[in-house]
Ligand binder design. Structure first.
Ligand SMILES: Cc1cc2nc3c(=O)[nH]c(=O)nc-3n(C[C@H](O)[C@H](O)[C@H](O)COP(=O)(O)OP(=O)(O)OC[C@H]3O[C@@H](n4cnc5c(N)ncnc54)[C@H](O)[C@@H]3O)c2cc1C
Length: 444
Protein backbone atom coordinates (compact mmCIF):
# COMPACT_ATOMS: atom_id res chain seq x y z
CA UNK A 1 0.00 0.00 0.00
CA UNK A 2 1.24 3.51 -0.82
CA UNK A 3 2.46 5.49 2.20
CA UNK A 4 0.02 8.12 3.46
CA UNK A 5 0.01 10.98 5.92
CA UNK A 6 -3.03 12.13 7.88
CA UNK A 7 -3.18 15.92 7.70
CA UNK A 8 -4.14 17.77 10.86
CA UNK A 9 -7.21 20.02 10.57
CA UNK A 10 -6.29 23.69 10.79
CA UNK A 11 -7.82 27.15 10.49
CA UNK A 12 -7.13 29.05 7.27
CA UNK A 13 -7.91 32.68 6.39
CA UNK A 14 -10.96 33.48 4.25
CA UNK A 15 -9.67 35.37 1.21
CA UNK A 16 -13.05 36.32 -0.29
CA UNK A 17 -16.80 35.78 -0.22
CA UNK A 18 -18.30 36.28 -3.68
CA UNK A 19 -21.31 35.42 -5.79
CA UNK A 20 -19.27 33.46 -8.33
CA UNK A 21 -15.84 31.84 -8.08
CA UNK A 22 -14.43 30.85 -11.47
CA UNK A 23 -11.72 28.20 -11.26
CA UNK A 24 -9.35 28.29 -14.23
CA UNK A 25 -8.77 31.32 -16.45
CA UNK A 26 -8.57 29.68 -19.87
CA UNK A 27 -10.93 30.56 -22.74
CA UNK A 28 -13.91 29.10 -20.85
CA UNK A 29 -13.02 30.62 -17.47
CA UNK A 30 -12.33 34.12 -18.78
CA UNK A 31 -15.61 34.17 -20.70
CA UNK A 32 -17.46 32.83 -17.64
CA UNK A 33 -15.98 35.51 -15.39
CA UNK A 34 -16.75 38.30 -17.87
CA UNK A 35 -20.33 37.12 -18.35
CA UNK A 36 -21.01 36.69 -14.63
CA UNK A 37 -19.60 40.15 -13.80
CA UNK A 38 -21.43 41.86 -16.65
CA UNK A 39 -24.65 40.31 -15.34
CA UNK A 40 -24.20 41.90 -11.94
CA UNK A 41 -22.40 39.21 -9.91
CA UNK A 42 -19.31 39.75 -7.77
CA UNK A 43 -16.69 37.47 -9.32
CA UNK A 44 -13.28 36.07 -8.37
CA UNK A 45 -11.29 34.43 -11.19
CA UNK A 46 -8.59 32.00 -10.03
CA UNK A 47 -5.83 30.96 -12.43
CA UNK A 48 -2.78 28.78 -11.88
CA UNK A 49 -0.66 30.38 -14.63
CA UNK A 50 0.76 33.91 -14.78
CA UNK A 51 -1.62 34.87 -17.59
CA UNK A 52 -5.20 34.31 -18.67
CA UNK A 53 -6.14 32.38 -21.80
CA UNK A 54 -5.11 28.82 -20.85
CA UNK A 55 -4.07 26.80 -23.88
CA UNK A 56 -4.80 29.78 -26.14
CA UNK A 57 -1.96 31.79 -24.54
CA UNK A 58 0.18 29.69 -22.15
CA UNK A 59 -0.21 26.70 -24.46
CA UNK A 60 0.83 28.91 -27.41
CA UNK A 61 -2.05 27.88 -29.66
CA UNK A 62 -2.03 30.32 -32.52
CA UNK A 63 -5.14 29.52 -34.55
CA UNK A 64 -8.66 29.86 -33.24
CA UNK A 65 -10.96 27.06 -34.32
CA UNK A 66 -13.72 27.88 -36.81
CA UNK A 67 -16.30 30.59 -36.18
CA UNK A 68 -18.58 29.40 -38.99
CA UNK A 69 -20.44 26.42 -40.43
CA UNK A 70 -18.71 26.88 -43.82
CA UNK A 71 -21.58 29.14 -44.93
CA UNK A 72 -22.25 31.66 -42.17
CA UNK A 73 -20.76 32.90 -38.89
CA UNK A 74 -22.37 30.98 -36.01
CA UNK A 75 -20.65 32.55 -33.00
CA UNK A 76 -21.50 35.94 -31.52
CA UNK A 77 -21.17 37.11 -27.92
CA UNK A 78 -17.82 36.93 -26.11
CA UNK A 79 -16.01 34.67 -28.64
CA UNK A 80 -16.81 37.25 -31.32
CA UNK A 81 -15.83 40.15 -29.06
CA UNK A 82 -12.43 38.52 -28.44
CA UNK A 83 -11.66 37.91 -32.10
CA UNK A 84 -12.86 41.42 -33.05
CA UNK A 85 -10.63 42.82 -30.28
CA UNK A 86 -7.63 40.93 -31.70
CA UNK A 87 -8.41 42.04 -35.26
CA UNK A 88 -8.69 45.63 -33.99
CA UNK A 89 -5.09 45.58 -32.72
CA UNK A 90 -3.76 43.78 -35.80
CA UNK A 91 -3.30 40.50 -33.93
CA UNK A 92 -5.70 38.19 -35.82
CA UNK A 93 -7.35 37.68 -39.17
CA UNK A 94 -11.12 38.21 -39.20
CA UNK A 95 -13.16 34.96 -39.28
CA UNK A 96 -14.49 34.31 -42.77
CA UNK A 97 -16.83 31.46 -43.78
CA UNK A 98 -15.04 29.14 -46.20
CA UNK A 99 -15.06 25.46 -47.19
CA UNK A 100 -13.54 22.85 -44.88
CA UNK A 101 -10.76 22.02 -47.35
CA UNK A 102 -9.33 25.54 -47.30
CA UNK A 103 -7.09 25.22 -44.22
CA UNK A 104 -5.42 28.60 -44.59
CA UNK A 105 -8.74 30.39 -44.16
CA UNK A 106 -10.72 27.90 -42.10
CA UNK A 107 -8.69 28.73 -39.00
CA UNK A 108 -8.38 32.19 -37.48
CA UNK A 109 -4.67 32.90 -36.95
CA UNK A 110 -3.91 35.06 -33.93
CA UNK A 111 -1.03 36.22 -31.74
CA UNK A 112 -1.17 34.52 -28.30
CA UNK A 113 0.93 37.27 -26.64
CA UNK A 114 -1.53 39.91 -27.84
CA UNK A 115 -4.40 37.80 -26.49
CA UNK A 116 -2.83 37.87 -23.00
CA UNK A 117 -2.92 41.67 -22.99
CA UNK A 118 -6.39 41.86 -24.53
CA UNK A 119 -7.86 39.52 -21.89
CA UNK A 120 -6.20 41.45 -19.03
CA UNK A 121 -7.96 44.60 -20.29
CA UNK A 122 -11.38 42.97 -20.75
CA UNK A 123 -11.24 41.44 -17.27
CA UNK A 124 -10.23 44.73 -15.66
CA UNK A 125 -12.97 46.61 -17.49
CA UNK A 126 -15.65 44.13 -16.35
CA UNK A 127 -14.60 44.58 -12.70
CA UNK A 128 -13.62 40.95 -12.13
CA UNK A 129 -11.34 40.29 -9.14
CA UNK A 130 -8.47 37.99 -10.07
CA UNK A 131 -5.65 35.95 -8.60
CA UNK A 132 -2.88 34.56 -10.80
CA UNK A 133 -0.49 31.74 -9.88
CA UNK A 134 -3.21 30.39 -7.65
CA UNK A 135 -4.17 26.74 -7.64
CA UNK A 136 -7.62 25.60 -6.59
CA UNK A 137 -6.81 22.57 -4.45
CA UNK A 138 -10.02 21.60 -2.72
CA UNK A 139 -13.70 22.38 -2.29
CA UNK A 140 -15.73 23.62 0.66
CA UNK A 141 -19.00 21.86 1.36
CA UNK A 142 -21.60 22.64 3.98
CA UNK A 143 -24.39 20.12 4.45
CA UNK A 144 -23.83 18.59 1.02
CA UNK A 145 -23.87 21.97 -0.74
CA UNK A 146 -20.82 23.25 -2.58
CA UNK A 147 -20.13 26.67 -1.12
CA UNK A 148 -16.59 27.51 -2.12
CA UNK A 149 -13.06 26.38 -2.83
CA UNK A 150 -9.69 26.20 -1.13
CA UNK A 151 -6.80 27.92 -2.89
CA UNK A 152 -3.01 27.79 -2.52
CA UNK A 153 -0.51 30.36 -3.72
CA UNK A 154 2.49 32.34 -2.49
CA UNK A 155 0.33 33.72 0.32
CA UNK A 156 -0.44 30.23 1.60
CA UNK A 157 -3.67 28.26 1.86
CA UNK A 158 -6.92 30.25 1.95
CA UNK A 159 -10.68 29.79 1.61
CA UNK A 160 -12.98 31.39 -0.97
CA UNK A 161 -16.70 31.27 -0.24
CA UNK A 162 -18.98 31.49 -3.27
CA UNK A 163 -22.67 31.09 -3.98
CA UNK A 164 -21.82 29.50 -7.34
CA UNK A 165 -18.62 27.81 -8.46
CA UNK A 166 -17.66 27.41 -12.11
CA UNK A 167 -15.15 24.69 -12.96
CA UNK A 168 -13.23 25.87 -16.02
CA UNK A 169 -10.01 24.01 -15.17
CA UNK A 170 -10.15 21.94 -18.38
CA UNK A 171 -9.57 18.86 -16.21
CA UNK A 172 -12.77 19.04 -14.11
CA UNK A 173 -10.51 19.34 -11.03
CA UNK A 174 -13.22 21.01 -8.95
CA UNK A 175 -16.03 18.71 -10.03
CA UNK A 176 -13.92 15.66 -9.24
CA UNK A 177 -12.98 17.00 -5.80
CA UNK A 178 -16.62 17.87 -5.11
CA UNK A 179 -17.57 14.25 -5.74
CA UNK A 180 -19.33 14.76 -9.08
CA UNK A 181 -19.18 11.66 -11.28
CA UNK A 182 -16.54 12.10 -14.00
CA UNK A 183 -15.19 10.08 -16.90
CA UNK A 184 -11.74 10.16 -18.47
CA UNK A 185 -10.78 9.83 -22.13
CA UNK A 186 -12.41 7.36 -24.50
CA UNK A 187 -15.44 5.59 -23.04
CA UNK A 188 -14.24 2.11 -24.12
CA UNK A 189 -10.76 2.13 -22.54
CA UNK A 190 -10.14 5.51 -20.85
CA UNK A 191 -7.31 6.35 -23.27
CA UNK A 192 -6.88 10.05 -23.96
CA UNK A 193 -5.84 12.15 -26.92
CA UNK A 194 -2.04 12.63 -27.13
CA UNK A 195 -0.34 15.54 -25.40
CA UNK A 196 2.26 17.85 -26.91
CA UNK A 197 4.23 21.01 -26.28
CA UNK A 198 4.18 23.97 -28.60
CA UNK A 199 7.20 26.05 -29.47
CA UNK A 200 7.80 29.10 -31.61
CA UNK A 201 10.70 29.23 -34.05
CA UNK A 202 11.60 32.37 -35.90
CA UNK A 203 14.09 33.92 -38.33
CA UNK A 204 13.11 31.31 -40.94
CA UNK A 205 12.65 31.74 -44.65
CA UNK A 206 9.44 29.75 -44.93
CA UNK A 207 8.95 30.41 -48.65
CA UNK A 208 12.24 28.58 -49.28
CA UNK A 209 11.97 25.97 -46.51
CA UNK A 210 8.49 24.55 -46.97
CA UNK A 211 8.79 23.37 -50.61
CA UNK A 212 12.19 21.87 -49.79
CA UNK A 213 10.84 19.87 -46.84
CA UNK A 214 7.86 18.65 -48.90
CA UNK A 215 10.01 17.45 -51.80
CA UNK A 216 12.78 15.96 -49.59
CA UNK A 217 10.63 14.59 -46.75
CA UNK A 218 11.49 10.90 -47.39
CA UNK A 219 15.27 11.61 -47.48
CA UNK A 220 15.10 13.74 -44.34
CA UNK A 221 13.14 11.03 -42.53
CA UNK A 222 15.67 8.33 -43.56
CA UNK A 223 18.54 10.54 -42.45
CA UNK A 224 16.87 11.17 -39.07
CA UNK A 225 16.32 7.42 -38.60
CA UNK A 226 19.96 6.68 -39.44
CA UNK A 227 21.23 9.31 -37.03
CA UNK A 228 18.99 8.07 -34.21
CA UNK A 229 20.40 4.53 -34.53
CA UNK A 230 24.01 5.77 -34.61
CA UNK A 231 23.63 8.13 -31.65
CA UNK A 232 23.49 11.35 -33.69
CA UNK A 233 21.18 14.30 -33.09
CA UNK A 234 17.83 13.85 -34.82
CA UNK A 235 14.15 14.26 -33.95
CA UNK A 236 11.69 11.35 -33.64
CA UNK A 237 9.70 12.92 -36.45
CA UNK A 238 10.95 15.49 -38.97
CA UNK A 239 8.79 18.57 -38.56
CA UNK A 240 8.74 21.83 -40.45
CA UNK A 241 6.10 23.37 -38.17
CA UNK A 242 2.75 25.03 -38.72
CA UNK A 243 3.29 28.38 -40.36
CA UNK A 244 2.31 31.46 -38.46
CA UNK A 245 -0.10 33.00 -40.95
CA UNK A 246 0.47 36.44 -39.42
CA UNK A 247 4.24 36.44 -40.09
CA UNK A 248 6.37 35.11 -42.92
CA UNK A 249 9.43 34.20 -40.83
CA UNK A 250 7.85 32.27 -37.98
CA UNK A 251 6.55 28.77 -37.44
CA UNK A 252 4.98 26.93 -34.52
CA UNK A 253 6.13 23.39 -33.81
CA UNK A 254 3.93 21.03 -31.77
CA UNK A 255 6.33 18.42 -30.42
CA UNK A 256 5.95 14.93 -29.12
CA UNK A 257 2.36 13.72 -29.64
CA UNK A 258 2.73 11.68 -26.43
CA UNK A 259 0.27 8.79 -26.35
CA UNK A 260 -0.88 6.78 -23.33
CA UNK A 261 -0.28 9.71 -20.98
CA UNK A 262 -2.63 11.41 -18.53
CA UNK A 263 -2.68 15.21 -18.18
CA UNK A 264 -3.93 14.91 -14.59
CA UNK A 265 -0.89 12.84 -13.54
CA UNK A 266 1.99 15.05 -12.31
CA UNK A 267 4.64 12.49 -13.30
CA UNK A 268 3.25 12.16 -16.83
CA UNK A 269 3.14 15.95 -17.25
CA UNK A 270 6.77 16.20 -16.13
CA UNK A 271 7.98 13.43 -18.45
CA UNK A 272 6.15 14.73 -21.52
CA UNK A 273 7.35 18.32 -21.02
CA UNK A 274 11.02 17.31 -20.70
CA UNK A 275 10.83 14.87 -23.63
CA UNK A 276 9.07 17.42 -25.83
CA UNK A 277 11.60 20.19 -25.13
CA UNK A 278 14.43 17.79 -26.09
CA UNK A 279 12.53 16.89 -29.29
CA UNK A 280 12.04 20.58 -30.18
CA UNK A 281 15.76 21.25 -29.72
CA UNK A 282 16.81 18.20 -31.75
CA UNK A 283 14.44 19.07 -34.59
CA UNK A 284 15.85 22.59 -34.70
CA UNK A 285 19.47 21.41 -34.86
CA UNK A 286 18.66 18.76 -37.46
CA UNK A 287 16.71 21.12 -39.72
CA UNK A 288 19.16 24.03 -39.36
CA UNK A 289 21.94 21.91 -40.85
CA UNK A 290 19.92 20.41 -43.72
CA UNK A 291 17.09 22.64 -44.87
CA UNK A 292 17.61 25.85 -46.87
CA UNK A 293 15.67 28.62 -45.13
CA UNK A 294 16.35 27.16 -41.65
CA UNK A 295 20.03 28.23 -41.39
CA UNK A 296 19.31 31.17 -39.05
CA UNK A 297 16.27 29.71 -37.32
CA UNK A 298 16.18 30.02 -33.56
CA UNK A 299 13.91 28.89 -30.76
CA UNK A 300 11.97 31.96 -29.63
CA UNK A 301 9.91 30.25 -26.91
CA UNK A 302 8.43 27.02 -25.64
CA UNK A 303 4.93 27.00 -24.16
CA UNK A 304 4.52 27.44 -20.41
CA UNK A 305 1.49 25.13 -20.40
CA UNK A 306 1.64 21.56 -21.67
CA UNK A 307 -0.73 20.92 -24.59
CA UNK A 308 -3.34 18.69 -22.99
CA UNK A 309 -6.21 17.89 -25.33
CA UNK A 310 -8.32 15.63 -23.16
CA UNK A 311 -8.51 14.39 -19.57
CA UNK A 312 -11.50 14.20 -17.24
CA UNK A 313 -14.98 15.31 -18.19
CA UNK A 314 -18.08 15.50 -16.06
CA UNK A 315 -21.05 13.21 -16.39
CA UNK A 316 -23.67 15.88 -16.76
CA UNK A 317 -27.43 15.95 -16.93
CA UNK A 318 -26.98 15.37 -20.68
CA UNK A 319 -24.00 13.92 -22.56
CA UNK A 320 -23.48 15.36 -26.04
CA UNK A 321 -22.91 12.59 -28.64
CA UNK A 322 -21.25 12.24 -32.04
CA UNK A 323 -24.69 11.86 -33.59
CA UNK A 324 -25.85 15.15 -31.98
CA UNK A 325 -22.78 16.88 -33.44
CA UNK A 326 -22.96 15.42 -36.94
CA UNK A 327 -26.73 15.77 -37.29
CA UNK A 328 -26.57 19.41 -36.13
CA UNK A 329 -29.03 18.81 -33.30
CA UNK A 330 -30.93 21.80 -31.90
CA UNK A 331 -31.63 21.38 -28.19
CA UNK A 332 -34.44 23.26 -26.40
CA UNK A 333 -31.84 24.24 -23.80
CA UNK A 334 -29.03 24.94 -26.30
CA UNK A 335 -26.73 27.67 -24.97
CA UNK A 336 -24.38 28.09 -27.93
CA UNK A 337 -23.89 26.87 -31.45
CA UNK A 338 -20.74 25.28 -32.86
CA UNK A 339 -19.39 23.50 -35.93
CA UNK A 340 -16.02 21.79 -36.26
CA UNK A 341 -14.75 18.48 -37.61
CA UNK A 342 -14.16 15.54 -35.23
CA UNK A 343 -10.62 16.32 -34.08
CA UNK A 344 -9.77 13.08 -32.21
CA UNK A 345 -6.01 12.81 -33.05
CA UNK A 346 -5.97 9.01 -32.58
CA UNK A 347 -5.50 7.88 -28.99
CA UNK A 348 -3.40 4.90 -30.12
CA UNK A 349 -0.48 5.43 -32.56
CA UNK A 350 -1.41 4.18 -36.01
CA UNK A 351 -5.08 3.74 -35.14
CA UNK A 352 -7.45 6.03 -37.05
CA UNK A 353 -11.09 5.96 -35.96
CA UNK A 354 -13.59 6.21 -38.80
CA UNK A 355 -14.82 9.60 -37.64
CA UNK A 356 -11.35 11.17 -37.22
CA UNK A 357 -11.07 14.48 -39.06
CA UNK A 358 -14.54 14.03 -40.57
CA UNK A 359 -15.97 17.47 -41.38
CA UNK A 360 -19.56 18.46 -40.69
CA UNK A 361 -21.67 19.11 -43.75
CA UNK A 362 -21.59 22.74 -44.94
CA UNK A 363 -24.34 24.70 -43.19
CA UNK A 364 -24.57 22.22 -40.29
CA UNK A 365 -23.97 23.41 -36.74
CA UNK A 366 -25.04 21.88 -33.44
CA UNK A 367 -26.05 23.35 -30.11
CA UNK A 368 -24.58 22.43 -26.72
CA UNK A 369 -27.34 21.93 -24.14
CA UNK A 370 -27.22 23.73 -20.80
CA UNK A 371 -27.63 20.30 -19.15
CA UNK A 372 -24.13 19.34 -20.44
CA UNK A 373 -22.67 22.05 -18.17
CA UNK A 374 -24.49 20.72 -15.08
CA UNK A 375 -22.72 17.90 -13.24
CA UNK A 376 -24.85 15.20 -11.69
CA UNK A 377 -25.20 15.10 -7.88
CA UNK A 378 -23.50 18.42 -7.00
CA UNK A 379 -25.51 21.63 -6.74
CA UNK A 380 -24.20 25.18 -7.20
CA UNK A 381 -21.52 23.94 -9.60
CA UNK A 382 -21.33 24.63 -13.34
CA UNK A 383 -18.69 23.33 -15.72
CA UNK A 384 -17.48 25.01 -18.92
CA UNK A 385 -14.86 24.29 -21.55
CA UNK A 386 -13.25 21.06 -22.67
CA UNK A 387 -14.38 19.12 -19.57
CA UNK A 388 -18.12 19.57 -20.29
CA UNK A 389 -20.30 16.47 -20.56
CA UNK A 390 -19.82 14.90 -23.98
CA UNK A 391 -18.58 11.66 -25.46
CA UNK A 392 -14.94 11.37 -26.55
CA UNK A 393 -15.88 12.15 -30.18
CA UNK A 394 -18.30 14.99 -29.40
CA UNK A 395 -15.73 16.67 -27.16
CA UNK A 396 -13.16 16.33 -29.95
CA UNK A 397 -15.25 18.81 -31.93
CA UNK A 398 -16.40 21.14 -29.13
CA UNK A 399 -13.00 21.50 -27.40
CA UNK A 400 -11.93 24.30 -29.79
CA UNK A 401 -11.18 27.67 -28.19
CA UNK A 402 -14.23 29.56 -29.59
CA UNK A 403 -16.64 26.85 -28.37
CA UNK A 404 -15.02 26.86 -24.92
CA UNK A 405 -15.50 30.64 -24.72
CA UNK A 406 -19.15 30.22 -25.74
CA UNK A 407 -19.74 27.60 -23.03
CA UNK A 408 -18.01 29.90 -20.54
CA UNK A 409 -20.30 32.80 -21.43
CA UNK A 410 -23.33 30.57 -20.84
CA UNK A 411 -22.03 29.21 -17.52
CA UNK A 412 -21.15 32.70 -16.22
CA UNK A 413 -24.51 34.13 -17.28
CA UNK A 414 -26.36 31.19 -15.71
CA UNK A 415 -24.40 31.54 -12.46
CA UNK A 416 -25.22 35.25 -12.13
CA UNK A 417 -28.84 34.74 -13.16
CA UNK A 418 -29.37 31.89 -10.72
CA UNK A 419 -27.99 33.98 -7.83
CA UNK A 420 -30.26 36.86 -8.81
CA UNK A 421 -33.34 34.60 -9.12
CA UNK A 422 -32.59 32.65 -5.94
CA UNK A 423 -32.60 29.34 -7.85
CA UNK A 424 -29.95 26.66 -8.18
CA UNK A 425 -28.49 26.46 -11.71
CA UNK A 426 -30.38 23.18 -12.18
CA UNK A 427 -33.69 24.92 -11.38
CA UNK A 428 -33.09 27.78 -13.82
CA UNK A 429 -35.64 27.81 -16.69
CA UNK A 430 -33.65 27.30 -19.91
CA UNK A 431 -35.70 29.89 -21.83
CA UNK A 432 -34.82 32.61 -19.27
CA UNK A 433 -31.12 31.87 -19.80
CA UNK A 434 -31.44 31.63 -23.58
CA UNK A 435 -33.28 34.99 -23.75
CA UNK A 436 -30.54 36.68 -21.78
CA UNK A 437 -27.81 35.07 -23.91
CA UNK A 438 -29.52 36.19 -27.12
CA UNK A 439 -29.66 39.75 -25.77
CA UNK A 440 -25.88 39.49 -25.22
CA UNK A 441 -25.29 38.68 -28.88
CA UNK A 442 -25.15 34.89 -28.63
CA UNK A 443 -26.38 33.16 -31.78
CA UNK A 444 -28.70 30.26 -30.86
C1 LIG B 1 -1.87 20.58 -28.75
C2 LIG B 1 -3.20 21.29 -28.86
C3 LIG B 1 -3.53 21.97 -30.02
C4 LIG B 1 -4.74 22.67 -30.10
N1 LIG B 1 -5.00 23.41 -31.21
C5 LIG B 1 -6.10 24.22 -31.21
C6 LIG B 1 -6.29 25.15 -32.25
O1 LIG B 1 -5.46 25.26 -33.15
N2 LIG B 1 -7.42 25.93 -32.23
C7 LIG B 1 -8.36 25.83 -31.24
O2 LIG B 1 -9.35 26.56 -31.26
N3 LIG B 1 -8.18 24.94 -30.23
C8 LIG B 1 -7.07 24.16 -30.19
N4 LIG B 1 -6.87 23.30 -29.14
C9 LIG B 1 -7.92 23.13 -28.14
C10 LIG B 1 -8.01 24.27 -27.13
O3 LIG B 1 -6.77 24.92 -26.99
C11 LIG B 1 -8.46 23.80 -25.76
O4 LIG B 1 -9.37 22.73 -25.84
C12 LIG B 1 -9.11 24.98 -25.04
O5 LIG B 1 -8.11 25.94 -24.77
C13 LIG B 1 -9.78 24.54 -23.77
O6 LIG B 1 -10.22 25.67 -23.07
P1 LIG B 1 -10.57 25.56 -21.53
O7 LIG B 1 -10.82 26.93 -21.05
O8 LIG B 1 -11.60 24.53 -21.34
O9 LIG B 1 -9.25 24.94 -20.86
P2 LIG B 1 -7.74 25.42 -20.88
O10 LIG B 1 -7.40 26.18 -22.09
O11 LIG B 1 -6.97 24.17 -20.59
O12 LIG B 1 -7.66 26.39 -19.64
C14 LIG B 1 -7.79 25.90 -18.33
C15 LIG B 1 -7.12 26.89 -17.40
O13 LIG B 1 -7.35 26.49 -16.05
C16 LIG B 1 -6.15 26.58 -15.31
N5 LIG B 1 -6.24 25.57 -14.26
C17 LIG B 1 -6.28 24.23 -14.40
N6 LIG B 1 -6.43 23.64 -13.21
C18 LIG B 1 -6.48 24.64 -12.28
C19 LIG B 1 -6.64 24.65 -10.88
N7 LIG B 1 -6.79 23.52 -10.17
N8 LIG B 1 -6.62 25.83 -10.24
C20 LIG B 1 -6.48 26.99 -10.94
N9 LIG B 1 -6.34 27.04 -12.29
C21 LIG B 1 -6.35 25.87 -12.95
C22 LIG B 1 -5.05 26.29 -16.32
O14 LIG B 1 -3.83 26.87 -15.90
C23 LIG B 1 -5.61 26.95 -17.58
O15 LIG B 1 -5.23 28.29 -17.70
C24 LIG B 1 -5.66 22.62 -29.02
C25 LIG B 1 -5.32 21.95 -27.85
C26 LIG B 1 -4.10 21.31 -27.76
C27 LIG B 1 -3.72 20.64 -26.47
Amino acid sequence: MARTLTEESRQIPVYADVDVAVCGGGPAGVAAALAAARNGASVLLLENQLCFGGQATGGMMNRLGPYHDQQAIILGGIPREVVDGLVGIGAAHPPIPCPHDDPDRYWVPFDPEALKVLLDGMIEQAGVDVLLQTLVTDVIRQEDRLCGVVIENKSGRQAVFARRVIDATGDADVAARAGAPCGKGRETDGLMQPMGLLSKLNALDLAQARPHVISHYAELTDEARRLRTTGGIAPERVHCGTDNLLRKDETYFNASHAHGMDGTDAQHITQVAIRARREIWRNLQFMRERVPGWESAHLAATASLLGVRETRCIQGEYTLTLDDVESGRDFDDGICRYACWIDTHGVVPGEKPECEGRPLQPGVSYTIPFRSLLPKLVDNLLVAGRCFSGTHEARASARMIPACMAMGQAAGTAAALSVREGLTPRELPAELLRDLLRRQGVIL
